[in-house]
Ligand binder design. Structure first.
Ligand SMILES: Nc1ncnc2c1ncn2[C@@H]1O[C@H](COP(=O)(O)OP(=O)(O)OP(=O)(O)O)[C@@H](O)[C@H]1O
Ligand SMILES: [Mg+2]
Length: 256
């Protein structure tokens, strides 16, 4: 099995729209700013969003002399996405074997720089993609993103079960959209419920790596292709997530 980085981590959730791609991009950029060599692989072939989140729409990656595709560097991170190869409005009606072939082709026919961390942004659900990836790549773990609401938590439970079957260890849970602070009054709101992600982490004896707030700028950054962790590099909630991630995957030794 191929090893593309010192540590390769899936970012999944179960439920769609909880912020997997947004968290992945911002975590990667934060780690890169801390000195790690980081890359992103967009495994959401049906709905690739990394080109949008990173402002890489309509860009095509270069190809080296061996015909291998070069992941595109931006914000200190190298990225490869199926979105680079298909028109944005084109839908893919592929079954599992076709999906597997595309993932295999993208991973086998690409040239990655030396990497500390490769993050793989998964599509929602527990379908064919994690299964295919577990056959193609040597995987070190998965992080699960959830909002603190029951419908999302129920899907995470299914994802935990699926990853256990695939023998992929879970590194931790990331609570996203965990709170909202009214910018005028400073009052905290919990639009998606409170602390359910933390409770789930406790139940499964997993670390809760971060409770990320709902911030308008995170969504705005995603829309214009300039991630919040880049535009607010001095202070943002992804920094603590990155530190917790580093102590988890470098056993607190700070080595990368
Ligand atoms: N902490 C946050 N604060 C504000 N907006 C957020 C936050 N996290 C994610 N979002 C927004 O929520 C929406 C969904 O995020 P995203 O696309 O990252 O979710 P996803 O889990 O990857 O979705 P999918 O399952 O479709 O792949 C986007 O509009 C994004 O900008
Ligand atoms: Mg996504």
């Amino acid at each position: 099995m191929k090893r593309l980085a010192k540590k390769t981590c899936l970012i999944g959730s179960g439920k769609g729209g909880v912020g997997k791609s947004t968290v992945t991009v911002n975590l990667a950029i934060t780690l890169a700013a801390k000195g790690a060599k980081v890359a992103l692989f967009d495994a959401d072939l049906y709905g690739p969003s990394l080109p949008i989140l990173l402002g890489l729409r309509e860009l095509s990656p270069q190809v080296n002399e061996r015909g291998e595709v070069l992941p595109i560097p931006k914000f200190g991170v190298h990225t490869l996405s199926a979105g680079f190869f298909f028109e944005e409005s084109r839908s893919l009606l592929w079954r599992g074997p076709m999906l597997h072939k595309m993932l295999a082709k993208m991973l086998e026919e690409s040239a990655w720089p030396p990497l500390d961390f490769l993050f793989i942004d998964l599509p929602p659900g527990t379908g064919d993609v994690p299964l295919s990836l577990s056959k193609l790549l040597s995987l070190d773990g998965a992080l699960l993103v959830t909002t603190p609401e029951e419908v999302a938590i129920a899907d995470v439970r299914r994802a935990l079960d699926a990853f256990a079957h695939l023998n992929i260890p879970i590194g931790g849970i990331i609570e996203n959209m965990a709170s909202f602070q009214d910018p005028e009054t400073g009052k905290l709101f919990y639009p998606f419920g409170k602390e359910k992600g933390k409770q789930l982490a406790r139940e499964f004896h997993l670390p809760c790596l971060a409770s990320l707030p709902l911030i308008e700028g995170i969504r705005e950054g995603a829309e214009v292709g300039v991630p919040y962790a880049f535009s607010h590099a001095q202070k943002n909630p992804f920094s603590l997530l990155a530190d917790n991630f580093l102590s988890l995957y470098t056993e607190g030794k700070g080595e990368m």
